[in-house]
Design a protein around this ligand. Structure first.
Ligand code: UDP
Length: 270
């Protein structure tokens, strides 16, 4: 992961970089700095599922290394940071950062482009955001089920949006961002998974209890039992973290993890 001056030094969690933001405000400041300096930043929400996938998929692993910001999207990632580094990471979920950035955009006058989800969810998300933030400038929208349309990048650039949110699910959205970022003139781009479905009301957001305890994945599992296969990543991830932690004394574990973060040699973190 590329190190940014305005963001804390990333931690390597099982080979994937996570930016240890102390608050949503710090994450927003980091994005705002990029917009003001016209330096492009791309963000990915990091959770155990993505880390385990990157572990066995070298293309995804190297794709994620190109992202400047990796937010701590899952409680599993926060636990891993505590065990491996003795660091308390503040969770920064993708949907909450997305909403916070949109709120700030409506105040700062930044415009946003919403790409992805079904036509109904995309339109529903647009309407819901305008309802919440009437001054928000939505520069453009595009649902996520058109065949790969080369004119989309030109349309996004022509819209002059400052913030591009891509809701194609993971890892499709991360690949799309990595493939197109060089041609995109937007200063900030972030994958937001199922956030448009939540905003449009197509999907239910986890009740507060699940959000507070970081167990949204359990709620989603109850609603969509088919996600069980994806969720097997969580116990495997925790097993890997514990194995890595107890294989060596804590001081050594922290030193190795720090060295990996500094050198970018993340691949043998397991
Ligand atoms: N999606 C899309 N185009 C595709 C595949 C998926 O726009 O070709 C959208 C889908 O409609 C949904 C989102 O991507 O709105 C994926 O949501 P999910 O909650 O599965 O995200 P993840 O958990 O993978 O981040």
């Amino acid at each position: 992961m590329v190190q940014l001056n305005s963001s804390p030094e990333p931690l390597s969690i099982m080979g994937v970089s996570v930016t240890p933001f102390a608050s949503y405000q710090q994450a927003v400041d980091c994005v705002a700095a990029g917009i003001r300096e016209h330096s492009q930043k791309c963000a990915v929400a990091v959770n155990p599922e993505k880390i385990m996938r990157a572990k066995r998929d070298s293309v995804l692993r190297s794709t994620l290394k190109g992202f400047e910001v990796g937010i701590c999207d899952g409680i599993g990632v926060a636990i891993a940071a505590r065990l491996l580094y003795g660091r308390r990471l503040r969770r920064c979920t993708g949907v909450d950062l997305f909403l916070e950035l949109v709120r700030v955009a409506s105040v700062e006058g930044w415009s946003v482009f919403l790409y992805g989800a079904s036509p109904e969810s995309n339109e529903g998300a647009r309407a819901a955001l305008l309802d919440m933030y009437p001054t928000l400038r939505i520069a453009g929208t595009q649902h996520g089920y058109q065949t790969d349309d080369p004119s989309l990048v030109a349309r996004i650039n022509d819209s002059k949006a400052e913030l591009l949110f891509v809701a194609l699910g993971s890892p499709k959205q991360e690949y799309w961002i990595a493939r197109n970022r060089a041609a995109l003139s937007v200063p900030f781009c972030m994958g937001v998974g199922g956030s448009f479905d939540v905003l449009s009301g197509k999907a239910r957001r986890a009740p507060l209890f699940f959000r507070r305890t970081g167990t949204e994945f359990l709620f989603r599992l109850m609603l969509q039992p088919a996600r069980l296969v994806r969720q097997t990543a969580l116990p495997l991830f925790m097993f890997g973290v514990l194995r890595s932690r107890f294989r060596q004394p804590a001081w050594r574990s922290v030193k190795i993890a720090q060295a990996e973060t500094k050198s970018g040699a993340h691949d043998n973190a397991f």
